[in-house]
Ligand binder design. Structure first.
Ligand SMILES: Nc1ncnc2c1ncn2[C@@H]1O[C@H](COP(=O)(O)OP(=O)(O)O)[C@@H](O)[C@H]1O
Ligand SMILES: [Mg+2]
Length: 369
């Protein structure tokens, strides 16, 4: 941290209800969307750590309702955990620190939105799942998160990104990008395009089930990557779910589907060696077990019946988003090499294929639990 950066953080921190003096600060490297800093304050010989974080207003156009969501959700979770008699609440639920004017955020001179959370001590996140035990903890954490919010009306929450998981709208946009082919890339992506178009029957599976009234709208996290779960440093137990910007009304299957996408294959999101990309039953088994255990109190048999297909559907949806961005000229997802978004798309599509190839075995497992 340069002295200027420290000075800037000191100025930011002074806007929040924090006692004492900023003693130390460092940038938390892992985040992609937000700028995140861990800061230590000293007050009368005691230290307390916080997180100062910006909101990416390029992605989240309405930071005020977004922060209202975060406050509602974190307070609700805290209350529910208290009722469950759990100790260590400061490590089990995010806590928003108010700004001196009472708002849950501060807007700096450059118009940037800042929020502050209590630092979750003695825990850390990992970029990717390495073991079956971690897959279990991941789904237990997100399932428990949904369960704690299952009595909060989804209508009380703002929509922070409209149509985030609306596969039909994503598919229509892909079709338009293929037809217009503004960067003349459709030829290079011909196989991926062929795969995407052949999957059209999958597109409306969850939307139709919702329209028929089989699947309710609930409060969902919508970014259920493993790097949003804080695990206890000693025990590896999931303590707390972070990154609540996309918490909004949705189907719980979006969350489970994205867990399948991000935790059942020990390969990177842009893996190019596609033979390596396979759904690992060794990871899916603990993932689905943890999820069903955590959601037993509310998950309906109908929701349960869509768990396997949700993995294929959400993986497919992210895949077509990468493909669309590739065809449109890489405006949304930052690329670090040529054809990066096409590589990301191919990885997703390979995993969709693998989920479909294994779906009978996956379903048998779900039926046993
Ligand atoms: N309250 C907290 N206490 C400790 N670490 C945190 C806290 N909130 C976030 N982090 C760390 O910062 C990282 C980035 O935060 P996150 O909210 O996930 O932002 P991004 O959108 O950038 O992923 C997390 O992966 C986690 O390691
Ligand atoms: Mg995150």
């Amino acid at each position: 941290m340069t002295p200027q950066e420290l000075q800037r953080l000191r100025q930011i921190g002074s806007q929040f209800e924090i006692k004492g003096e900023l003693a130390e600060a460092h940038r938390v490297k892992i985040g992609h969307i937000n700028e995140t800093f861990a800061v230590t304050y000293r007050n009368a010989g005691l230290t307390q750590r916080y997180i100062h974080q910006t909101i990416n207003t390029g992605v989240f156009k309405e930071p005020v309702p977004l922060m209202q969501n975060v406050v509602k959700v974190t307070e609700h979770i805290r209350q529910r955990l208290r009722e469950e008699g759990l100790k260590d609440l400061d490590r089990r639920a995010l806590q928003v620190i108010a700004c001196c004017d009472g708002q849950p955020f501060y807007v700096d001179e450059d118009g940037r939105f800042w929020r502050t959370f209590v630092f979750i001590e003695n825990a850390r996140t990992y970029e990717a799942v390495e073991t079956p035990a971690q897959a279990f903890q991941a789904s237990l954490a997100f399932g428990h998160f949904q369960s704690l919010l299952s009595d909060l009306s989804s209508r009380d929450l703002a929509i922070t990104i409209p149509d985030f998981h609306h596969t039909r709208k994503r598919f229509l946009r892909l079709q338009k990008a293929i037809a217009e082919d503004p960067c003349n890339r459709a030829g290079l992506a011909a196989r991926a395009i062929g795969f995407a178009l052949a999957q059209e029957p999958l597109v409306d599976v969850l939307l139709d089930a919702h329209a028929r009234g089989e699947i309710p709208e609930r409060v969902t996290h919508n970014d259920t990557k493993f790097n949003n779960v804080m695990l206890d440093l000693q025990t590896g137990e999931a303590m707390c779910v972070v990154d609540l910007d996309t918490v909004m009304p949705g189907m719980v299957l979006y969350d489970f589907g994205d867990m399948v996408r991000t935790t059942t294959s020990r390969t990177a999101e842009d893996e190019t060696y596609l033979d390596r990309v396979e759904l690992e039953m060794e990871l899916f088994e603990p993932l689905v077990r943890g999820y069903i255990e955590a959601t037993r109190s509310f998950l309906t048999p109908q929701e349960r019946s869509y768990l396997v297909v949700s993995g294929a559907l959400i993986t497919f949806t992210i895949g077509i988003r990468f493909l669309t961005d590739y065809l449109e000229g890489d405006h949304y997802f930052r690329v670090h090499r040529q054809d990066h978004n096409l590589d990301r798309c191919r990885k997703q599509f390979k995993l969709v294929q693998s989920i479909q190839d294994n779906s009978e075995r996956m379903q048998q497992l779900v039926d046993k639990l």
